[in-house]
Design a protein around this ligand. Structure first.
Ligand code: FPP
Length: 239
C-alpha cells in the first residue's frame, strides 16, 4: 500500500490537556479534574480496537510537571498508583499491552514497582498497545538515548561514523513502537510541549477545543475520521 493512501491511524498519541480548567469551571480543586481525566483514559483505551487504533500513547506526566504545586504533584502520583492498581485486571483481560516511557529514576519506587508489574502482566497481550508517558520529556529522552550511545562509543562497541538517525531511534524509550501517525491535543492549546519530539517528525496534528475530561469516544471517532480524509506525503509530491 502506498504511503499516500488513506488509512486509519495505526498509532495515535494524545496530549491530555485541560483537566485543571475543567475542574476550575466547576469550582473544584484541580485534582478533581485529573480524576475525571483518568475515567476518560479508560473509555478511550476501550474504544481503540473498534476504531482500528493499534497503538495509543498518552502523556500523563511531563518532566516539566514537577514544577506544579506539591499538592498537585503528590495527588497525581497517588492517582497514578491507584489507577494502576484498580485497572490492572481489566487491562490484562481486555488484551491491552501496557508500556511506560520516560525516566523512572525520579519516580517513587512503589509507583515504579506497579509500572513494572503491569508491563510484565500484560506482556503477552497484543490487541491494543497502550504506552503511558510518565516523567517523560522529548528532549530528556533524546539526551538519555545520546548518553547510551556515547557510552557504547566510549566502550568501543559503536563506531561514531556508523551513527545515523536509526541508530539514535533504536535507543529511544519508544524503540519498539512505530512513529505516531496522529497526535491529538485537547483543550485548545496548539503546542507540542516536549511530547514525542523525535517520533512525530511526520505526524499529523489535531488540536481540539474540548477539555480532556469531556473528550468522549464519539469525539475520538470524529477526529480519526478527519484523519482518514487527509493525505500524507512524507515529503514526497502528490501521487
Ligand atoms: C493536563 O491537564 C493533564 C495532566 C498534566 C495530567 C494528565 C493526567 C490524567 C489525565 C490523569 C490520569 C492519567 C492516567 C494515565 C491514569 P492540566 O492540568 O494541564 O489542565 P489545565 O491546562 O487546564 O491546567
Amino acid at each position: 500500500m502506498g504511503k499516500s493512501e488513506k488509512t486509519t491511524p495505526e498509532h495515535v498519541a494524545i496530549i491530555m490537556d485541560g483537566n485543571g480548567r475543567w475542574a476550575q469551571a466547576r469550582g473544584k480543586p484541580r485534582l478533581f479534574g485529573h480524576h475525571a481525566g483518568a475515567l476518560r483514559v479508560r473509555e478511550i483505551v476501550e474504544a481503540c480496537p473498534d476504531l482500528g487504533v493499534k497503538y495509543l500513547t498518552i502523556f500523563a506526566f511531563s518532566t516539566e510537571n514537577w514544577k506544579r504545586t506539591q499538592t498537585e504533584v503528590s495527588g497525581l502520583m497517588k492517582l497514578f498508583k491507584r489507577y494502576l492498581m484498580s485497572e490492572t485486571k481489566q487491562l490484562v483481560e481486555a488484551g491491552v499491552r501496557v508500556r511506560f516511557i520516560g525516566d523512572r529514576m525520579k519516580l517513587d519506587y512503589t509507583l515504579v514497582a506497579l509500572m513494572d508489574e503491569l508491563e510484565l502482566l500484560t506482556s503477552d497481550n497484543d490487541l491494543v498497545h497502550l504506552t503511558v508517558a510518565l516523567n517523560y520529556g522529548g528532549r530528556d529522552e533524546v539526551a538519555r538515548a545520546t548518553q547510551r550511545l556515547c557510552r557504547e562509543v566510549a566502550n568501543g562497541k559503536l563506531d561514531p561514523e556508523s551513527v545515523d538517525a536509526e541508530t539514535l531511534a533504536r535507543r529511544l524509550d519508544t524503540y519498539v513502537l512505530p512513529d505516531p501517525d496522529l497526535v491529538i491535543r485537547t483543550s485548545g492549546e496548539a503546542r507540542i510541549s516536549n511530547f514525542l519530539l523525535w517520533q512525530s517528525a511526520y505526524s499529523e496534528y489535531e488540536f481540539v477545543d474540548t477539555l480532556w475530561p469531556d473528550f468522549t469516544r464519539d469525539e475520538f471517532a470524529r477526529v480519526l475520521s478527519g484523519f482518514n480524509s487527509r493525505e500524507r506525503r512524507y515529503g514526497a509530491v502528490p501521487g
